[in-house]
Design a binder for this molecule. Structure first.
Ligand code: NCD
Ligand code: ZN
Length: 344
């Protein structure tokens, strides 16, 4: 197949950052995707519907002329979030969900929830209003190995949570393990998961063999190859529980190539082509459209897009570096490497 035409995809998990970063991130994302879930882990985080509306305005100011882009906003769940705020989300035209970061789990998560059992009153309201809870699914205890943190979250946090709130609408974000995929498969239609391009294309060998490659470092961390294979299987299975969420998370080159490098891969400029590459590698390019353009919208109860994009089976080299902030650089995911698909 030399070209494929898809309904324009949406990105159900993206980090756009704020301020000058928006000059880079908004055009990169908006040239690929019609809508994006804009993650709220700014400094300080986006905690109220009012703050989300203001952040959305700042994003909209960077959408290029003639491009349609509809940022979908998310609140950052803290120990102080009130059940009242959930009603405001439900009533809002632009805010679709709330994101729970276990405190300390990842970039800018210090204000996250310290113990999920303390916020069950808010979760009860989420279940009642059918407002999606987006989860960074990792436990944070120091003694738990970084490669086991997602699996432990399933057993220790998610299972009890769903027992208490069986109808909670929930997205387990950026799943990285066979156990997480299996867990999602075993739940009802109210439980879904996003999958990133890096977790479909790479495994921990790509990050660690032959020298540490900090641009593959993200959280949850890349796992072993068997997990990568399971993720490819479920993503390309046609099961609507699994949909596209890039977790594109920009950090400057200096912040990544550092003695204490930041977690996050920047995939926005070529995300849909990276997914095409992953699906094609397992002979399933025909399953890309459901994953990229239908299942997320259906889960969120939003209309499917109607315009289309076209990908051609033609080599492209991912740029080695891009301008970022004022005089800094950002190294995109798979920089300098050749992929087989290109968006026209
Ligand atoms: C994200 C970031 O940089 O904001 N980093 C990452 O490694 N994925 C945060 C997150 O989604 O965990
Ligand atoms: Zn993220």
């Amino acid at each position: 197949m030399n070209t494929i035409t898809l309904i324009q995809p949406d990105d159900w998990h993206a980090h756009l950052r704020d301020g000058l970063a928006l000059q880079r991130t908004v055009p990169d994302l908006a040239k690929q995707f019609s809508r994006a879930i804009c993650m709220p882990n700014l400094v300080p985080p986006v905690k109220t519907v009012e703050e989300a509306e203001a952040y959305r305005e700042r994003i909209m100011a960077h959408v290029p002329e003639g491009v349609n882009f509809d940022p979908r906003m998310v609140l950052y769940f803290t120990d102080q979030t009130s059940p009242e705020e959930v009603k405001k989300i439900k009533a809002s035209a632009h805010v679709n969900a709330i994101k729970l970061y276990p405190a300390g789990a990842t970039t800018n998560s210090d204000n996250g929830v310290s113990d999920i059992r303390k916020v069950y009153a808010v979760i009860e309201q989420l279940e009642e209003q059918q407002v999606p809870l987006l989860l960074h699914g990792e436990v944070t205890h120091n003694h738990v190995d970084i490669f086991d943190r997602e699996k432990r979250f399933l057993d220790e946090v998610l299972s009890p949570l769903l027992q208490q709130f069986p109808n909670l609408k929930l997205v387990l974000e950026h799943i990285t393990t066979s156990e997480a995929a299996q867990f999602v498969l075993e739940q009802g239609r109210n439980v879904a998961a996003t999958i990133t391009p890096q977790h479909l294309l790479f495994n921990r060998n790509d990050m660690l063999v032959g020298g540490v490659k900090p641009h593959f470092y993200c959280l949850p961390i890349l796992k072993r190859q068997t997990h990568q294979q399971t993720l490819l299987e479920v993503a390309t299975s046609g099961n609507p529980k699994f949909f596209l969420g890039t977790d594109s998370a920009p950090h400057s080159k200096n912040a990544k190539e550092n003695a204490c490098g930041c977690a996050g891969c920047y995939s926005a400029p070529t995300a849909i082509e990276l997914y095409a590459q992953a699906f094609d590698q397992v002979g399933r390019i025909d399953r890309l459209e459901g994953f990229a353009s239908f299942f997320g919208a259906d889960f969120y109860g939003l209309p499917r897009n109607t315009n289309t994009i076209t990908l051609v089976n033609e080599e492209q080299i991912i740029p080695t570096s891009l301008d970022y902030l004022d005089g800094e650089q950002i190294i995109p995911l798979y920089a300098g490497k050749t992929i087989q698909w290109r968006k026209v």
